[in-house]
Each structure stands twice: as C-alpha cells, then as structure tokens.
Design a protein. Structure first.
Length: 301
C-alpha cells in the first residue's frame, strides 16, 4: 500500500489558508445578513457549492456521487449541516465575529464528551481538565453583562449543538458513505431546503451588484476552505493539523476588528484565549496518544 504523503509545512499552510477562507466567509456572512434574509444568502452559497461539485467532481466520479448506503443517516447529516449554516449566519448578524466563533468552538469539547459516552471513544483523565477550561472560556464570553446580544448568543449556542451533532453523524456516515457522495448530498439537500425557505422572501428583493458578488464570494470562500482542508489532510496526519484549526479564532477576531471595529473586552478576550489554548492542548494530547498507539502497532503495511 502506498504511504500517504507527509509534508507538514505545506499542510499547516493549507490549514491556515482554509481557516482564513472560513473567517472571510464569516465576515461576508455578517455583512450580508445585516442587509438581506439569511435563507436567501445561504441559498446562493449552496448554489455555488452545487455548481462547483457539478463542474469538478461529477466528471471524475459520475453516478457514484449519488450512492447512499444509509439514506436516512445521510439526509439527517445534510439537514444538520444546513441548519448549522443558518444558525451561524443568524448569530453573526447580531454579534461580533470573534465572539461568535469562540462560542461555536464549544463544539469540539461537546464532541469529545459525547464521543466518550455514545461512541465508546475513551478520553484520558488529564484531557478533561482542558475540556473544563474550554467550557469556562465559553462561559466567560457568554457571561451576563458581557454586552452580547442574547438572541445572537442563543443562535451561537444552538449552532454549537448542531455542529456537534453534525460531527458525530459524520463519524457514523464515514463508515458507510464516500466523501464525494456526502459533499454532493449536503449540497442538494441543503439547497432544496433553502430554496423552499427563500421563496416567500424573494418578493421585492433586489440586491445590488456588490452584494451579489459577495454572496457568490461567500460560496467560493467556504468551498475553497473545505477543499484546502481536504488537501491538507492528504499531506499530514490529523493529529498534527488539529491544533492549527484554532487559528480560525485569531482570523475571526482580527477580521472582525478590521471590517467592523469589534474588539472584545478584557474578560471576553481572556475567555476566547482560554478556548483556543484548551482546544490546542486537547489536540496535542490526542496527537501524543495517537503516536504512542502507532508505536505499539506493527508497521510495514
């Protein structure tokens, strides 16, 4: 069997570029959501994604992208992703980008907690300390009197829950479905839901050329981000790249300040830092454990 490529520098650069693409998409989403209905914005985003899949994936994979071995699971997974996209946009419309993304990063801690409970994936005792620290960081961002819009905070927490369900369903779906098929079905299921949701909202809607370009750019930003992530994970193990994902917090905070002038207060900034540090520590612990497990296994495959 051919060994996977191991290019750590290139892969880290790709993840940094991917998280930058996501943060740019977050900024564009916030701006657009303040001027247009969220379902309409996401309908265009999903449409761009569907076109890209048709142009770049269908010629190579053909009808294989239609195959679903577990239809109920794939559709549930796709709906979860679509609803997560909606709640993130609604949260960004009402809150600063940096604080919103910090709350959303509650998801990895919830995934770890629920994986231990429902997927029988053990968690080392020391990692729980960092998980508690990460939860505390989110609570500092969400604290009463912190100045966040309560409805926006509610949407962000709901997004973290949906993202957690999405990741757990991904682990289940990846056992029976191909990555290409999952991407295709996520695009059409989400697209259909958002088209139906948007139809009553289209009357009298006349976005200008700049906003249309931004909507298309939003779809490109998220699509490019997912592509860069996929490319990165082909070049290096996930255990190396997981800590780099938290660069998203840095990009989001910086771009939020650059474009909207939003800067968190001292307590919120400490909470955001605690979320990032805790996530990186957990990822590094997982990497160390994975390395030890590989050392105990026979090699030469």
């Amino acid at each position: 069997m051919k060994r996977p490529a191991n290019r750590p520098v290139q892969s880290i650069a790709l993840v940094l570029a991917a998280t930058l693409s996501f943060a740019l998409g977050d900024v564009a989403t916030k701006y657009l959501a303040q001027h247009h209905p969220v379902p309409v914005i996401l309908m265009v985003r999903y449409g761009v994604n569907a076109v890209l899949i048709g142009v770049f994936l269908y010629p190579s994979f053909g009808r294989d992208i239609w195959i679903m071995n577990n239809r109920v699971l794939v559709i549930a997974w796709s709906l979860c992703l679509a609803l997560a996209s909606v709640t993130l946009a609604l949260a960004l419309r009402l809150m600063p980008v940096g604080e919103t993304i910090a709350i959303v990063y509650l998801c990895p801690f919830l995934v770890m907690l629920l994986s231990a409970r429902f997927l029988a994936e053990p968690v080392p005792p020391g990692v729980w300390v960092w998980a508690i620290a990460g939860f505390a960081g989110v609570l500092l961002v969400l604290r009463p009197g912190g100045g966040l819009d309560p409805i926006g905070a509610f949407y962000a927490v709901i997004n973290a829950g949906l993202a957690t369900a999405y990741h757990l369903l991904t682990r289940l779906a990846s056992r029976t479905e191909t990555t290409v098929a999952l991407q295709f079905h996520a695009a059409w299921v989400g697209g259909v839901v958002l088209i139906l949701w948007s139809l009553p909202l289209l009357a009298g809607l006349e976005p200008d050329r700049t906003d249309l370009i931004l909507m298309i750019g939003l779809g490109l930003a998220y699509s490019v981000g997912h592509y860069l992530f996929t490319a990165a994970y082909r070049l290096a193990p996930a255990s190396l790249l997981a800590p780099i994902n938290y660069s998203h917090l840095v990009w989001a905070g910086g771009l939020g300040f650059l474009f909207f002038g939003d800067f968190p207060d001292g307590i919120s900034l400490f909470g955001m830092t605690l979320v990032g540090v805790s996530g990186v520590a957990i990822a590094l612990a997982a990497r160390s454990r994975s390395s030890n497990d590989r050392a105990d296994q026979p090699t030469g495959r």
